[in-house]
Design a protein around this ligand. Structure first.
Ligand SMILES: [Zn+2]
Length: 277
């Protein structure tokens, strides 16, 4: 089962790295896998980054945004198996290391990626709002400004099955397959329901479930089913708290009936046919 880092995992990477790399200087950048660097080319990428300091780290959906000293932003998407690991420069890179950021004080930040789908872009601050991958994103699913009213307004413009809408990053950003399944179980909404058919109390329950499931997963430092670890190499804990995802045939924690698995748009959906309608 391949699982992708979603909002809670990316937020955990951010929180584990921030205290370590904030205000640290990037002395040197070694690009081992040039395909990771999407903009500019690998040589320009390394040149521009050398001598920069990391002034802040933010997140929008599944994107990490490293703000640098001279109005540059390093945009990182982990995709399937990308990892950002902070380590001593005495520790040699592993065979999946794609980019090495040599920091001051004998430390390094390694971007490791088994499947090599992870991406990095170096852009200027002014480009942030118009940069195509970020421009299409809806508000971050945990953004305090995403109120119930705004959520419902956005939801009512959508069509199709509710699970597909949750996964659509232009609706709200950060939710992937694991948490979409958990959110729908928590909201007691059947994953094949059409969004247009949701009653107002169901819309509200969906909003509450988005917030509740994602905040709990952030507290538990994400889900580690296969590849995911935080910036210090530690796995998360949410996998022990899953209600439906990956639990086909196991009892629903609420009613005891077996969890069902179906395919929706090529992804596995897990739900309880008694609790979710
Ligand atoms: Zn149930």
């Amino acid at each position: 089962m391949i699982e992708l880092p979603e909002l809670p995992e990316v937020e955990t990477v951010l929180r584990s790295l921030k205290p370590k790399v904030l205000n640290r200087k990037i002395n040197r950048v070694t690009v081992i896998n040039a395909k990771t660097i999407k903009k500019p080319d690998a040589t320009a990428f390394s040149c521009c980054l050398e001598g920069q300091r990391i002034r802040d780290i933010n997140r929008h959906g599944k994107y990490l945004l490293f703000k640098l000293s001279s109005s540059l932003v390093l945009v990182v998407h982990l995709r399937m198996t990308g990892r950002l690991i902070y380590k001593d420069s005495s520790v040699p890179p592993d065979r999946y290391t794609c980019v090495i950021f040599q920091l001051d004080e004998g430390k390094e930040l390694h971007f490791q990626d088994v499947r090599k789908f992870g991406t990095m872009y170096l852009i200027s601050c002014d480009e942030l709002d118009s940069f195509p991958p970020l421009r299409i994103l809806g508000p971050d699913a945990l953004d305090p400004q995403l109120t119930l009213d705004l959520f419902i307004k956005r939801l009512e413009k959508r069509h199709g099955q509710v699970k597909g809408v949750l996964l659509n990053q232009s609706f709200i950003a950060g939710i992937g397959n694991i948490y979409a399944n958990e959110i729908l179980w928590t909201a007691r909404i059947h994953p094949e329901r059409w969004v247009d058919s949701l009653q107002s109390w169901e819309q509200e329950r969906l909003y509450q479930a988005v917030r509740e499931v994602l905040s709990t997963a952030v507290k538990l430092r994400g889900t580690s089913l296969r590849d995911y670890v935080d910036g210090e190499g530690n796995p998360g804990e949410y996998q022990h708290h899953r209600k439906v995802h990956g639990r086909e045939g196991k009892p629903c924690p609420l009613c005891g009936h077996p969890i069902i698995r179906i395919k929706q748009a090529g992804r596995s959906t897990y739900y309880c046919q008694f609790c979710q309608n």
